[in-house]
Design a protein around this ligand. Structure first.
Ligand code: G2I
Length: 449
């Protein structure tokens, strides 16, 4: 995140009132340790789904800086890589893999065998069992071979179960029988023996009928010697509804001898987001992170998009959103700090992060002057504020408006009035004051805190 917490000063000499001529100071990077460094110190993965078309600018900066793993959100799905039979489009998936290489990140491959986002030619075709089987084997082999050695873990099979724990009726279960899962895993192991092979699903975070069906499947695959390395718990959660049995559930899979990953975490809320909801969301993110951190075989957590501007939630759940750790404008939310805290970092959002305070003298005469401070936010917001500075040359504030100012010795503190505490992302608030000076009237640097 950018942190522009100090402002530059324009000093007006002479008696003419001048408009402020201020330039925001280029912000130093915030001192906070990136999530990926915190995660690495704990031996965990912190990842995000990414959209390859967006991997530049601020989106790319954050994706590279904060995460040690990326998952292509759609680019490795069958309809993306083979939209018509035998005609491949690898470019977006390649972009994610190159980005990951350039940023020293792992890649989670997502996903090889699914009922959704299959190309029309496959979904609408009529196939014998033998044809379907060889189409699937070819797909797995082709895609995994292309990225062999560069994918840490593959979601080989995605969303195989119904909510009641029965097998979902899909092109695969219908055409190949339930053992398509074992076959797919076996082909996957042959294609890239170095990749961890996962089965991934949603609504399997707590102990319930669906997760128990998944548990029983993994147990039987292990007993049969079918290659299976991990279970992915997607974790598309609802505010305030982190299952209380999450850690217990992670542990029971770990006890089967497989890894566990939280693969698609997001926590949606009914819009608009309020401070209270964002605080609850932070607590929910923390609960998920803590559960993973507590189990050594939980390899880590991937969020399904790190910014609210890149989340599937508003498109699918009417009136819901704000599900990720960053705002649409890339400001870290309380959830971000909750993730950091769970990984051993600081938990508090620095006040004024993403906001700038700029001091200016707008008028000055023989013994007095009028000053103002403009607080602007870009990539952050404030719900209350306090501007602090030191007067180094004996200046004194005598009267202020649009703020409550006090001065003790050289230290001045001005806090918001009852009506202007909120500075929205992209907005600003200005307050003014009169003061006295003599000799010189050098301009202080203002900090927000
Ligand atoms: O639905 C959330 C996730 C559930 N688990 C599996 C994930 O693969 C799935 O991801 C989402 C993507 O985030 C969405 O971006 O999968 C959706 C499809 O089931 C993706 O949405 C689709 C839109 O529905 C399409 O209209 C669009 O053409 O993304 C496509 C590509 O942008």
């Amino acid at each position: 995140m950018r942190s522009l917490r100090s402002g530059l000063v324009t000093l007006v000499t002479g008696l003419t009132a001048l408009g402020a001529l201020l330039v925001a100071a280029p912000g130093a990077q915030a001192a906070d340790t990136p999530l990926r460094d915190l995660a690495a110190a704990k031996g965990k993965v912190i990842g995000s789904a990414v959209n390859p078309a967006k991997l530049t600018g601020t989106y790319g900066d954050i994706a590279g800086r904060e995460f040690n793993s990326v998952t292509p959100d759609n680019a490795m799905k069958w309809e993306s890589v083979e939209p018509s039979r035998g005609s491949f489009n690898w470019a977006p998936a390649d972009q994610v893999v190159s980005f990951a290489t350039a940023h020293n990140q792992q890649v989670r491959g997502h996903t090889l065998v699914w009922h959704s986002q299959n190309p029309g030619w496959l979904a609408n075709g009529t196939w014998t069992q033998a044809q379907l089987s060889s189409i699937l084997q070819d797909h797995i082999t082709t895609e995994m071979t292309r990225y062999k050695g560069r994918i840490a873990a593959w979601d080989v099979v995605n969303e195989a179960f119904n909510e009641d724990g029965t097998y979902r009726s899909t092109i695969w279960s219908n055409g190949l029988g339930q053992d398509y899962i074992a076959q797919a895993l076996t082909w996957a192991r042959a294609a890239d023996p170095g990749a961890k092979l996962y089965i991934n699903d949603y609504n399997v975070e707590g102990v319930n009928a669906k997760s128990t069906a998944l548990y029983n499947l993994v147990k039987s695959l292990k007993e049969r010697g079918v290659p299976i390395d991990g279970v992915g718990l997607q974790a598309h959660l609802i505010l305030g509804q982190v299952p209380s049995s999450l850690q217990q559930n992670i542990q029971r899979f770990a006890d089967l001898g497989v890894d566990v990953a939280i693969t698609e975490l997001d926590i949606r809320m009914q819009l608009p987001a309020t401070d209270a909801k964002l605080a609850q969301q932070a607590a929910d993110y923390k609960a998920v992170m803590d559960a993973c951190v507590a189990v050594s075989r939980c390899v880590g957590v991937t969020v399904w998009g790190f910014t609210d501007s890149d989340s599937w939630v508003p498109d699918v759940f009417d009136g819901y959103g704000a599900a990720t750790p960053y705002t649409e404008n890339f400001a870290p939310k309380p959830a971000y700090y909750a993730i950091a805290g769970s990984l051993g970092g600081g938990t508090t959002q620095p006040p004024g992060d993403g906001c700038t305070a700029v001091y200016s003298v707008v008028n000055q005469w023989s013994t007095g002057f009028t000053g103002q401070v403009r607080i602007s936010c870009s990539g952050g917001s404030l719900s209350s504020w306090r501007a602090n500075w030191t007067f180094g040359a004996g200046q004194r504030v005598t009267q202020a408006w649009n703020a409550n100012c006090t001065q003790s010795g050289t230290a001045v503190t001005c806090s918001n009035a009852s009506y202007n505490g909120t500075v929205p992302d992209g907005g600003s608030v200005t307050f003014g004051f009169n003061g006295t000076w003599s000799g010189s009237n050098p301009a202080p640097v203002v900090t927000l805190g």
